[in-house]
Design a protein around this ligand. Structure first.
Ligand code: GGG
Length: 360
């Protein structure tokens, strides 16, 4: 008899549609476990940390909360954001309160074009586009450095300062990560995105580190593109892209653009990785809490399910991860699509169709 490999997962559904899409992803993981015939199991503990929890308790993560998360192999996150709490309070209170102390410095966001999904860039039967946005996830514009009321000159004269922090070590590790990733891909290319013409300190450091690191990867094609030009390139020449590495803010914006071009933000998966594995990594759909459709059962579960497949990759269950991706692809190809992709299938119907594909 084979021994069961058990992976412990901390699930944090969070706000809005987070609960629906995390439930969808866990249903798929449950199916993966069932189909493994006892070889694999997932031990899931749910943490109720959300904006509602914050309003009741005054904090998103209770004392000792990170220690509890630390005991798990991975974190599966839904979404954060509520009309009852300022967005910067909820983002810093929950999502960034995990990614930063757990040094999840590499955020990978694949831009995946699925069959059966029409996008502004191509027809539904053309699926050859695919690239990955690598987001620096620990510093940059999200360093949280700055302040308000700095002028001291009273109402109407407020001054706010928001500083980007770019360290050579931080730049180098994410750029190397991007090159290592590019080496594994058919198109071995890394595009470095900055705004170094205008931001002459931090972004010039990025460009310089990129040029230095590139010398260690002679087999990988490179380009350096300003973020405004890269936005246009996403739309006009996406076939030129393979791995795109950028700062925290630039990559956040570009990955939303990429997923919209692929059909919907609801498709986008992401992994917040601590590559050294000193801390658990966190897997989450890129989308937010979508309060406008929360509770209606019409959210797109594909971003969350695809994020679960990235978690399987990290557990070393690459065959299972590929099976999940294939099941998702078969379902969209069959035209079983949620509302944001122009279909009329509910969250549960799309999820069950993916489960049925896995079981077939
Ligand atoms: N599932 C991702 C999520 O909930 N994101 C909320 C958000 O506002 N993110 C902005 C950011 O991380 O920069």
């Amino acid at each position: 008899m084979t021994e069961t490999q058990t992976f412990s997962i901390a699930s944090i559904p969070g706000d809005g549609i987070g609960g629906e899409v995390v439930a969808a992803g866990l249903r798929v993981l449950d199916t993966v476990a069932k189909l493994s015939g006892g070889a694999v199991d997932f031990d899931v503990t749910e943490f109720p940390w959300s904006s509602e929890y914050y309003l009741e308790n005054g904090h998103y993560i209770p004392e000792g909360g990170l220690d509890q998360l630390q005991k798990h192999d991975a974190i599966y996150f839904g979404a954060v954001g509520s009309s009852d709490v300022a967005d910067h309070t909820s983002l810093w209170g929950l999502r960034l309160a995990i990614t930063q102390p757990f040094d999840q410095w590499a955020n990978i966001r694949p831009v995946t074009f699925l069959p059966g999904v029409e996008s502004p860039l191509r027809k539904a039967d053309d699926t050859d586009l695919d690239w990955i946005v690598v987001r620096e996830n620990s510093e940059g514009e999200y360093a949280g450095m700055g302040g308000r009321n700095l002028s001291g000159r009273g109402p109407g004269n407020e001054v706010a300062l928001q500083t980007s922090l770019h360290t050579e070590k931080g730049c180098e590790r994410i750029i190397r990560f991007a090159f290592d990733l590019a080496r594994t891909r058919t198109t071995k290319k890394v595009s470095c995105v900055t705004k170094s013409n205008a931001q002459q300190f931090g972004m010039v450091l990025w460009d310089e580190v990129f040029a230095r690191v590139a010398k260690d990867y002679p087999e990988v094609e490179t380009e350096s593109v300003l973020v405004d030009a890269m936005s246009a390139k996403f739309v006009l020449h996406p076939e030129d892209l393979s791995v795109v590495v950028a700062s925290n803010l630039h990559a956040d914006i570009l990955s939303d653009l990429g997923s919209a071009l692929a059909g919907s933000l609801g498709l986008a998966a992401s992994a917040n990785l601590n590559p050294e594995r000193r801390f658990p990594s966190m897997f989450e759909p890129v989308h937010g809490s979508a309060p406008d459709i929360a509770g209606q059962g019409v959210s797109n579960p594909i971003g969350a399910i695809s994020s679960a497949s990235l978690m399987l990759d990290q557990f070393g269950l690459t065959a299972e991860a590929e099976e999940v991706r294939q099941a998702v692809s078969n379902v969209t190809e069959a035209g079983i699509l949620p509302r944001d992709l122009g279909g009329d299938s509910t969250t549960v119907e799309v999820t069950e169709a993916i489960v049925t594909q896995l079981e077939a």
